[in-house]
Each structure stands twice: as structure tokens, then as C-alpha cells.
Ligand binder design. Structure first.
Ligand code: SAM
Length: 206
């Protein structure tokens, strides 16, 4: 198998996985080579997500939660732009170890987005979550990310094209319930080596 075929196989297994333990196992195997592999695969999502966040969160001291931080690619890009108050979470201890080694996060915690999370309401100025959304999260994830935002805070996240309708449904429920003030959606590249694009959402809490 060529390197591209191997990467395609990992990514496709992850996209198709329905068992969280299987997802954890795949990330455990992948953690050490994840950054180099995705770099060679044109994984541009962190750069696009961070650019979007930097347009709406201008205070470099903002308290930012990187949900599903993985190895810390988003934290590295945010640090390069001058953001210094970063916190991260993930359910894979091997990915968290890689994130820890970047030294860009004030704190890292183990969280599972498959259900309610143990984080105080209104704790963060902004939340960013890139490459993480999956249908396994059902409706918990977006609601939980909005809950931990302070009023007026922003939640920026990516979702692959196949999840768009489901995400829009959840977001419109939050709009109708007046939990969020506004939403913008941007369609852009995701993983250029796979020809994949994604939707990037910016949700502002009311
Ligand atoms: C494709 S990686 C993205 C990592 C990072 N945000 C980036 O852009 O490089 C997806 C991350 O989500 C994490 N993840 C997947 N399912 C999760 C869950 N149920 N709870 C918490 N983290 C999860 C994985 O462990 C992995 O680190």
C-alpha cells in the first residue's frame, strides 16, 4: 500500500466508525505520525478554522477551548497568531500527550463529546473544534459547546459535507430557542489530498 492509500484507509475507517472505542484505538495507533501524515495529505482545516476564529475573536488574551485538540495543530496556529490562553480536551490520551508536548496549552483534559461534559457553563470566551464533529455526537455536542461559552462568545467548528444537514438542523433549533444570536457558514477545502471540502461554522452565543 502507498502512503496515500494507507492514509485514505485510516481516514475512511475513522469516518465510518460507529464505536467510540474503535475511534480511540485508531487515534492511539495514529497519534505519533498524525501531524506528518496529515501535512502530506493537505489537511488545511486547522488553518482555515483558526483564520475564521481570529476574525471574530480579536482579544489575544481570550480564554479559548480547543475541543478535540488532537495533537495540538490548532493550538500551535493560535499561538503563532499571539493567542496565549488556550485550553484543550480530547478523549484520546495518546493525542493529549502529543498536545501536551507542544507546550501551547495551559491545561488539557480528558472529555468525551458523546454526552454531557464536565465543564462549567459560560467558562470560555471562545471554543474551536476542527476535524472533530461526527454523527456519533448526536445533538449533545453543539449544545454543550454553546453551554460552556460566555454570552457573546463564539464557537467555530468544521463539519464534513455529509454532516451538514444534521448540523444545520441542530443549529436552527438553538436559534429558535434563542440560545444563539447568529450563525455564519463558510464552505472551503478540508483535506486537499483527498479532494475533501467542509463547512466551517461560526456560532455566536446570545
Ligand atoms: C481528526 S482529529 C482532529 C484533531 C485536531 N482538532 C486537528 O484539527 O488536528 C479528531 C480528534 O477528535 C477526537 N475525538 C473523537 N471523538 C471524540 C469524542 N467522542 N470525545 C472527545 N474527543 C473525540 C479524537 O481523539 C481526535 O483527536
Amino acid at each position: 500500500m502507498t502512503q496515500n492509500q494507507q492514509l485514505n484507509s485510516i481516514v475512511n475507517q475513522l469516518v465510518g466508525a460507529t464505536d467510540p472505542e474503535e475511534v480511540k484505538r485508531l487515534y492511539k495507533q495514529w497519534a505519533a505520525s498524525y501531524d506528518a501524515d496529515l501535512d502530506s495529505f493537505g489537511y488545511v482545516a486547522p488553518r482555515i478554522g483558526v483564520q475564521l476564529l481570529s476574525q471574530v475573536v480579536v482579544n489575544a488574551q481570550a480564554l479559548i477551548h480547543d475541543a478535540g485538540c488532537g495533537t495540538g495543530l490548532v493550538g500551535t496556529l493560535l499561538t503563532q497568531l499571539g493567542y496565549s490562553n488556550l485550553h484543550g480536551s480530547d478523549f484520546s490520551s495518546e493525542m493529549l500527550e502529543q498536545a501536551e508536548s507542544t507546550s501551547h496549552y495551559h491545561s488539557l483534559q480528558t472529555l468525551d463529546f458523546g454526552g454531557p461534559i464536565d465543564v462549567a457553563a459560560e467558562a470560555y470566551d471562545a471554543v474551536i473544534s476542527i476535524g472533530v464533529y461526527t454523527q456519533r455526537f448526536n445533538q449533545h455536542f453543539i449544545g454543550e459547546m454553546v453551554r460552556i461559552l460566555r454570552p457573546g462568545g463564539h464557537f467555530v467548528f468544521s463539519c464534513r459535507e455529509q454532516y451538514y444537514d444534521e448540523v444545520v438542523g441542530t443549529v436552527f433549533e438553538l436559534l429558535k430557542s434563542k440560545f444563539i444570536a447568529r450563525v455564519s457558514v463558510h464552505h472551503d477545502d478540508y483535506m486537499t489530498g483527498q479532494g475533501a471540502s467542509a463547512f466551517y461554522f461560526d456560532i455566536q452565543k446570545k
